[in-house]
Structure formats: C-alpha cells, structure tokens
Design a protein around this ligand. Structure first.
Ligand SMILES: [Zn+2]
Length: 473
C-alpha cells in the first residue's frame, strides 16, 4: 500500500515533465524504423513519437545474390549431374524457386541487368553484350558502363533506403554502381588489366581484397577469386546487399558444351565454393540473411551458321573497304536485329527493300524466319531491340553470325551458344531464393517465372520500396 502511494505521488510530481521531455525530442528525427523506412521519413512534433520509442528496432535483413553464369535449367532434372552438386542440391531443396525463363536477347549483360531492374532489355537499355560495332572499332568492347542503363536498379532503391551495397564483377558495373564496387572490365585479358580494374573499383578495395583472399579478381582469374572476394567484402564491410558474379561455368560451356566433362567439373568447383559461402556466412543458422542463386540463360549446340550481313554487303549497305555502313544485323547468336546507322542519311530511314531482303535471307538460310510487320516483330522490338527494323528468328540448329566474311550458310561441327529466343526451353535457367532459417515459412509474393523476378524477391526480402522501370534521374 505504501509503495502504491509513493508511486502515485511520483507520477503527480513528474508527470508533466515527462510529457515535455517527449515533445522536445519530437522536433528532431529520432527514429526511423529499419523495416518500414521511406526516403526522408521523419517523426515531427505533430506525430506520436512514444510508440516507436518503445518498440525495439527490427534488424535490417541482408541479402547476397550469387550469379552462376550459364546454368541451364535442364540440369535440375538430371540426377546424374545434381548428385555431384551436394551444396547446390541442399540449397535448392531449402529454397523457393526453380526453373525460370530468361529474357530476349538471352545474353549475359541484358539478362543480368534484367535481374536487378525487373524489366526487359528493351526497357533497361542493355540490349546486348556489346555495342553495335560492325568494324570492331571498339576493339571488342562490351557494354561495361553503368551509365548506359536507363532505369533504376535494386541498388538505387537500396541506397534510397539508406542501405549499403556491394558488388563483385557484376556485368555493366563500371561507374558509381555500388558502395563497394569491383566492376567487370578488361582490355586485353592479361594481368595488365589489374591496374585498370583497381582504378575503376572503389578506392583501395581491390588491393585489400586481394591480400585477404590471396588472388585478385580479374577476367583471367577464376570463380574462387570472385566468390571468395564477395564473401570477404560481406564479412569485412557488412553491406546490406551484395552481388557476386561468377563466370567459369559459362566459359566452359561455350568451349566444351553442355554435359561436357570439363563444364561439369567446373560446376562441381562452383558447388564447392557455394558450400564455402554458405558455411562461412552461417547461412542456415541465422534468420537475417537471404541468399539468391540465379543464372542468366541456358545453352544449346547449333550445327549450322547463317551470315545475313554478307547479304547486306552484296546489297551495298555495308562497305567493308571503306568501313562504312547504313544497315547491319546485330546478332545475339540465336536472334538478330536489323538496325540502321543513326549517323548516315540512309541509315536514319526505313530500310528500303525489306521484302526482297526477307526473300533473300529465308532462301539463303533455310530455317531462318524474317519478321518485320507482325506481332512477333512488335513484341521483340518492344522488349529486346526498340530501334529494330526487322528481327531474324532462328530454329534450334542455326547460329546467326554477325560476320560478313565466310560462307552465307554452312554446316559446323557444333557451336555451344545461347542468345536464342527465350521461348526455347534450352534457354531456361534457374532462380532460387533462401530466406533465413525459417525460409520455408517466409511469405514471398513474387512469382518465380523469369530472371526478372530476382528484383521483386530481393526488394521484398530487404523490405525496401522498389518501382520497376522507374527512369534514372
Ligand atoms: Zn551468361
């Protein structure tokens, strides 16, 4: 009773002062809930401030996205392959997701940019791996530069939400791509590229990681350098979202083909590195870390080559002697887009002889379809190549070469490629998401149908506001 009386007296004495204290705090930004944050959100005098003060702040979830370039979805159905991939098999069994469609064109740079923007290449602006460069004047350059992307990506939205970002060797990342950035770029694919990457990476990061990991991230070093560097940045810098890109599986699929011994051995090495990443991050023991394992396209083996640019040379639209051009087929291997040269009088116009070009190409390369005025063309133009005047569609046996020397059409012993229409099941790839140790119960509203869905899942897990297709400032 005496205690209750004392308590009431204390309340009467201090009560008004307690109210004053809370209102004096309320004139400043005092708390921003980690999981409900919005840009510039503040609590002001007019708002209730005592409720957030009494709540304990929730932990910001973290996310790693690992891309294994060139993982065909058909491997998932093959026990012979999956039995040798114990770490990936276990991860897949604990995760949401599975087989997904890629985008058009089904190439590395367009697809990786679709993963982190949620939209098609025709919208985000990375329409191929390389710039349109018929005479190789760019010395084999790829679309390395982040400034070519037209819409916001997951990093833009993460940064707006005050999250920290990191990336290792992600395609199209030269520039202000992430807070801890080691971009993919090369000049001659030699050790001489080291200084170039160091100059373009976040200052000092490449050197620091090389000393920790024991090997540098370079075009000429393997997945171990890239995945271990991603792991080290995650451990040392504590970013909220980390992108890691690995290349060896794709390289060996191109060289030796899907199901080849070399490619499968490379996949086993990737599996072991995934196991290391999972173990060292204690992924399965914590509930605040998510991991997405995704790939960009599948593979198939084509046995014929078509060279439609030879026909444009014959028609006078490409002049190999003077190195000038008005029209050119930009090929992705399994599709090609007829584009005009925006710097020539003729190239700015509509191609003058589409009907005769269609006849010549379809006759020269049996199996190729030429689309320019139908719904197939309109869909491809919008989603893959907005400046296209016609699209070549191939079947599964024909590789469309961009070169203008060599035979118009010929047989080949086998080219292991991608870049074919995303409707081909061989181009299907993988997207898996694991959301902490309670992953099975984590409610995810994003559907796992396309590599583009990586964006939605990532935004949901990080609990940040993202808007697909929003233009960059
Ligand atoms: Zn790729």
């Amino acid at each position: 009773m005496a205690f209750l009386l004392t308590f009431l007296l204390v309340c009467l004495f201090f009560g008004s002062n307690l109210v004053d204290l809370s209102s004096s705090l309320s004139s400043e930004t005092i708390y921003e809930p980690a999981l409900d944050r919005q840009p510039n959100q503040t609590f002001t005098k007019n708002k209730q401030v005592d409720i957030p003060l009494l709540e304990s702040p929730k932990t910001q979830k973290k996310l790693i996205i690992l891309s294994i370039d060139g993982f065909p979805a058909y491997y998932l159905d093959d026990d012979y392959i999956m039995k040798d991939l114990p770490n990936l098999s276990l991860f897949f069994s604990k995760s949401h997701g599975g087989r997904v469609k890629t985008v058009n064109p089904s190439l590395t740079y367009p697809s990786h940019t679709s993963m982190i923007t949620g939209v098609d290449p025709g919208i985000h602006g990375i329409e191929g791996n390389r710039p349109i460069d018929p005479f190789y004047l760019e010395d084999g350059a790829w679309l390395w530069y982040d400034e070519d992307r037209k819409v916001k990506n997951i990093f833009d939205f993460a940064r707006e939400a005050q999250l920290t970002t990191a990336s290792v060797f992600w395609p199209v990342s030269v520039g202000n791509f992430s807070d801890y950035n080691i971009p993919q770029i090369w000049r001659k694919k030699t050790e001489g590229d080291t200084k170039l990457i160091r100059a373009l990476a976040t200052s000092g990061l490449h050197e620091e990681m090389e000393s920790l990991v024991g090997e540098p991230v370079l075009e000429t070093t393997g997945d171990s350098a890239k995945i271990r560097t991603g792991l080290s940045i995650f451990q040392e810098k504590n970013p909220d979202i980390t992108l890691i890109y690995s290349t060896d599986v794709d390289t060996h699929h191109h060289l030796y083909g899907p199901y080849s011994k070399v490619a499968l051995n490379t996949l086993k090495k990737a599996d072991s590195l995934v196991g290391e990443l999972i173990k060292k991050t204690k992924l399965y023991e914590r509930d605040d870390l998510g991991l997405i394992i995704v790939s960009d396209h599948g593979f198939l083996t084509a046995k014929k080559i078509c060279r439609p640019n030879r026909i444009l040379v014959d028609m006078g639209y490409i002049n190999t002697k003077n190195k000038t051009w008005d029209f050119y087929f930009q090929s992705s291997a399994g599709m090609a887009s007829l584009v005009g040269n925006p710097n020539t009088r003729l190239g700015k116009r509509k191609f003058p002889k589409l009907v005769s070009l269609k006849k010549r190409i379809e006759k020269t390369c049996p199996g190729i379809k030429f689309h320019y005025n139908n719904s197939y063309f309109q869909e491809r133009k919008k989603n893959a190549h907005p400046t296209s005047q016609a699209i070549l569609e191939t079947n599964k046996t024909i590789y469309i070469s961009a070169t203008y020397s060599g035979a118009y059409f010929e047989k080949d012993s086998g080219l292991h490629v991608h870049g074919f229409p995303s409707e081909f099941s061989e181009m299907d790839t993988i997207l898996f998401f694991y959301g902490g140790k309670n992953s099975g119960n984590v409610q995810i509203n994003t559907e796992f149908k396309s590599v583009k869905d990586t964006f939605g899942v990532a935004c949901e897990w990080l609990n940040i506001k993202c808007k697909k297709g929003e233009r960059r400032n």
